[in-house]
Each structure stands twice: as structure tokens, then as C-alpha cells.
Design a protein around this ligand. Structure first.
Ligand code: FES
Length: 355
């Protein structure tokens, strides 16, 4: 796994997409081309000082692998520090951007038949996957079901219309709206289990025939879709998902009875071949303790979602508060999320170089 790093990139364009979203395109200089090469489905973490605070946000890449530069879709969140700041960005501004990360990916090459399910701004990585597959795999097909409130909230509407025109026989798209009546009543409402079942019965989607099914949106939609697909006989290994707005952790490590040592813990960190240490007190998040000691650890969401802070517990004991991103096999091998880690022994060693 490539080590994520921040680089200053120039904003090449800012395009208003919907009234609540915009697309930022960054120029990637030749010397950073390898570092910013991405697999469709990945995201970028951007960083800015806003009101004296170091604010980081992860935004999914929406451009295809062959596009000029690299673009992300930014949806405005009410009161959101970065999305509000982003509305003031303009062409030529410099932005601190971390190299692409994420495992919700579709490698390009060969022939695939994909079903893509998206809700709201969850369509951002889905758009990159759809466009990259259609452009890069001449015999592949993509079926997209995209749920929104209404037509005005559909992100990348023009881009999807262009894809439909360009790949008439290989790309099909169904809009599902819950605040706007459509000609076909089946497409009104939410993308829930009942709707997906009905679509499968009517042959509008053929879940058992896809090589993989990618789902991105809020947790209730992902859970409903995954359950519906499983009940239709889809193997869970063929279902890939990315949470955009989690409500409950997917997996939580055992909390058992252990506590953070009252006098704090000595955290030793192995990063880029060097070992540094700092003290973390019981009421302190690990990332804050590291920053206060002058050590910059890789992180983005600080919320257990992105796995940018993934590292291996090489020595000592501890657990995670919550985990939305590590899989069971990674936790079995001792990987943890530093942003969620709480030490249970006086000393712990976290290895960020471990793969
Ligand atoms: S920083 Fe995102 S999971 Fe830790």
C-alpha cells in the first residue's frame, strides 16, 4: 500500500455541478503522475487551514483514469467547514492534496459486467468507475441505478447523459426519485430492498449475472441493497460498498475490561523507517497527542471511515473505539486505525510501514 502524502496541487477548474455540489479539477504535474495515478473508486484527501484549524476532508475522485488532471466532487454540507470553504475556491488556487487512497476500487482491464448502485453524492466514485470501465474496457457493460430526491439534485447529470449517448449499448442508467414523480411508478421512492427485488423480477437488473456490484451511499441504503442482493443469491464477495454517511460501526474490536493507563501510555511510532515516540493521556485522541508532540501521522477522516491511518499494532495492547473500514482479516493480523486506537498497556508500538 503506497504511503499517502500531501502535495500542493493547482486547481485547474471549479465547476458548479448542482446548486449543492461542485467539481474541483486539479492539475497533476508530470513529476507527481505516478503518485497520483489512481484506481477508479478511490478518493483524495484535501487539507486547508480554516479559521486557524487544520481541516481535512476526503472526497471521491469523479474523473476517469484517462481524463486530464484529477477531479473530485464536493457536496455542500450544511455548516460543513470544508464544503463551505470550497465554494470560495477558484482556478489557480493552490491546495494541499493527499495522494489517492481507498479500496472501493474497480481495476481496469479485461471484460466486466457491473451493476452500480448509488444514492446522492455516493455517485461520485461510481461515476469514475462507470466512465473508466466504459472508456477502458471495450466489451464491458455498466448498469447504474441512481437514487436522488429530484432531478435538480442529480450530480453529473450532463456527464451521465453524455455516457449514455457515447456508449448506447453498453451503459444503461435508471433514476430513482423520492420527491419527484416519474413516468414509471417503480422508479418513485427509495432504493430499498423491495424496489431492487421488483427490478430483478422484472429483469431490469440481473444480479446473478454481474461480475461485481458496487454500492455507495448512506448506510441504510447499503444495508438494504446488500440484504436484497444476498436474498437474490448474490455471493457477498461480489458485493463491494463504500459508506458515505455511517450511523453505526460495521465492526468494533472487543472492548473487554481494559482501560487506558491513568498515567497515559508511551506510543512508539514507526513511520518511513524512523521510530518516534510521544505520550498519550487517557482523555486524548491519539492523533491529537501525536500532533502536540510535533509528529504528523497520516490521517484524513479521523472517524474510522477511510483507513488512511491504518497501522499495525506491533507491540502492546489496545482496541479501537469504532471501525468502519478495516476488514476482519486485517484486524486478525493486528492492523488498527490510529485515529480510533486506545492503548491498554503502558507502551505500545504502532508500525505505519507494515503492509
Ligand atoms: S483517519 Fe480515517 S480511519 Fe483514521
Amino acid at each position: 500500500m503506497a504511503k499517502p502524502r500531501f502535495h500542493d496541487l493547482i486547481i485547474n477548474s471549479v465547476r458548479q455541478d448542482t446548486s449543492e455540489s461542485l467539481e474541483l479539477n486539479f492539475t497533476v504535474p508530470a513529476e507527481l503522475a505516478d503518485e497520483f495515478a489512481f484506481t477508479p473508486g478511490q478518493y483524495l484527501t484535501v487539507r486547508a487551514e480554516i479559521n486557524g484549524e487544520d481541516v481535512r476532508r476526503s472526497y471521491s475522485i469523479c474523473s476517469s483514469v484517462g481524463a486530464v488532471g484529477i477531479s473530485v466532487g464536493v457536496k455542500r454540507i450544511a455548516g460543513g467547514a470544508f464544503s463551505g470553504f470550497a465554494t470560495g475556491l477558484k482556478c489557480g488556487d493552490l491546495m494541499s492534496v493527499m495522494s489517492p487512497q481507498g479500496r472501493f476500487t474497480a481495476k481496469i482491464g479485461g471484460t466486466h459486467h457491473y451493476l452500480l448502485l448509488a444514492a446522492g453524492s455516493g455517485v461520485t466514485p461510481i461515476k469514475s468507475i462507470a466512465q473508466s470501465v466504459l472508456e477502458g474496457e471495450p466489451d464491458s457493460t455498466v448498469t447504474l441505478c441512481y437514487a436522488n430526491r429530484n432531478t435538480q439534485s442529480v450530480m453529473f447529470r450532463q456527464a451521465f447523459d453524455d455516457l449514455k449517448d457515447q456508449f448506447l449499448t453498453r451503459f444503461s442508467m435508471t433514476h430513482i426519485m423520492d420527491e419527484e414523480a416519474q413516468d414509471v411508478s417503480l422508479f418513485n421512492g427509495r432504493m430499498d430492498a423491495e424496489k431492487l427485488n421488483t427490478m430483478a423480477i422484472r429483469g431490469l437488473i440481473t444480479p446473478l449475472e454481474y461480475d461485481a456490484i458496487y454500492i455507495c451511499g448512506p448506510q441504510p441504503m447499503i444495508e438494504a441493497a446488500s440484504e436484497a442482493l444476498a436474498s437474490l443469491g448474490v455471493d457477498k464477495d461480489r458485493i463491494k460498498f463504500e459508506l458515505f454517511t455511517p450511523s453505526t460501526p460495521l465492526q468494533i474490536a472487543s472492548t473487554k475490561e481494559q482501560k487506558i493507563p491513568l498515567k497515559g501510555a508511551l506510543i512508539q511510532v514507526i513511520l518511513d523507517g524512523a521510530t518516534r515516540s510521544f505520550r498519550m493521556m487517557p482523555d486524548q485522541p491519539l492523533l491529537d497527542a501525536a500532533t502536540q508532540s510535533g509528529l504528523e501521522l497520516p490521517y484524513s477522516c479521523a472517524n474510522g471511515m477511510c483507513a488512511t491511518c491504518r497501522c499495525k499494532l506491533a507491540d502492546g495492547k489496545g482496541n479501537m473505539v469504532q471501525n468502519f473500514s478495516l476488514e476482519a482479516w486485517e484486524m486478525d493480523k493486528g492492523f488498527v486505525l490510529a485515529c480510533q486506537f486506545q492503548p491498554h498497556s503502558k507502551t505500545v508500538v504502532l508500525d505505519f510501514d507494515a503492509v
